[in-house]
Design a protein around this ligand. Sequence first.
Ligand SMILES: Cc1cc2nc3c(=O)[nH]c(=O)nc-3n(C[C@H](O)[C@H](O)[C@H](O)COP(=O)(O)OP(=O)(O)OC[C@H]3O[C@@H](n4cnc5c(N)ncnc54)[C@H](O)[C@@H]3O)c2cc1C
Length: 426
Amino acid sequence: MNENTVNTINTEIAVLGAGPAGLAAAMSAKNNGAHVILIERENRLGGILKQCIHDGFGLVRYNEKLTGPEYALRDIKTIKSLNVPAFVNTFVLEVEKKENSFVLYCINEKGAYQIEAQALILATGCRERTDRQIFLHGERPAGIYTAGLAQHFVNIDGYLPGKEIVIIGSGDIGLIMARRLTLEGAHIVGVYEVKPEPSGLQRNIAQCLNDFSIPLHLSCTVKTVHGKNRIEGVTVVNVDESGKEIKGSEKYITCDCLILSVGLIPENEIAQSLNVSIDPDTKGPYVDQNMHTLVDGIFACGNSVHVHDLVDYVSESGTIAGESAVRWIRNKRKRNLIKFSHDNSVLYHIPQFVDFKSNNKIALYFRSKKTYSNTCSVNLIEKNSKTCLKKFKILRPSEMEKIVFDAQLQDNQNLMLQIEENYGNY
Ligand SMILES: Cc1cc2nc3c(=O)[nH]c(=O)nc-3n(C[C@H](O)[C@H](O)[C@H](O)COP(=O)(O)OP(=O)(O)OC[C@H]3O[C@@H](n4cnc5c(N)ncnc54)[C@H](O)[C@@H]3O)c2cc1C
């Protein structure tokens, strides 16, 4: 290949990102008879799973407890056996929408590519929130890392980021890193969570903190970072119910490393450059039940749509996106979209739109806005009727729930999701 020429490739479907979502999307598109290309900016397929060497992956899909790399390897083997071309180390510079296709301008060490596809599947995952987004005061010395970066250091590069470590935020990656760093010989001073409840899964609180006697401090946060070249300590402070600092509760803690586990945000620069509408609640594209965004021909799946707790549901959304993209390029039917909203009892839900002439079996994913511990029902409000989709004994914002239901849809009808507290009538 001449490095000065642009290589033109035509395909039916281009999948952007080769984490579990992109791998599942490419497999299902290929299995449904389409020509597919997979594009990944890193040098290996598998996405974030490559660095998640703990187990707990695949419980729903395989009924097995796999590590991240084991889970990814199953899909990578299938992708190879299906002969799906995978471009790794490939960076997408720009995507242009044409009348009936998309043109991806890409570059890798072999040269420049112009890939034309009839449909695009975005499976670009999410990125971590950093210190800039949490108003952390004080210096910015060495020794402050996001939890995912610390995980990369330990599990891929073989470096220990510190020995006396404070973790800010109780997201799942931080909890998993608290255990991982302890096993590698570091001392975790504590996990400090500003909210009154942990934001990670209950099973991670039990297995990663309680089992290792790592203290979790709720309604408490890191106020200031100290140190010039290397971090030397932090000041932590308690907060009241409204999140305001409680004067006089400040405490200095000596540490050589601060790890941030303060949330993830879907990565959607490419979606936005193509005018894909983004849901302010999820920070990912609005999608219908087929993972089709509001731009015809652009599908999205996995953590680029909303942040998942379980990889199994990430793969499931990729499978739906892959088969839907094939169906769409085969008949290009105009969609009839109905808005599916929620009231303020729900933090967010997917899908936010329903194509009422399409598949009526809807896989609904949602998180509650607050913890409901008195049993509650999740209701679907249509025109004048309310249907209870499912009752729950407990609902927590940290745990994504799934309900599959058959919608009897009519044109011009809006749907709304609502959580109603039943106070014991389970
Ligand atoms: C620390 C941690 C622990 C977890 N633990 C568990 C667990 O125990 N059990 C469980 O079931 N789940 C767990 N999860 C969740 C699960 O791993 C993730 O939800 C899942 O990996 C997300 O898959 P994805 O394909 O959407 O994104 P990712 O895995 O992030 O993949 C996205 C891919 O897209 C690529 N990409 C992004 N932008 C571009 C671009 N412009 N061009 C080309 N490529 C691009 C990225 O390089 C990446 O490879 C964990 C997640 C983390 C981070």
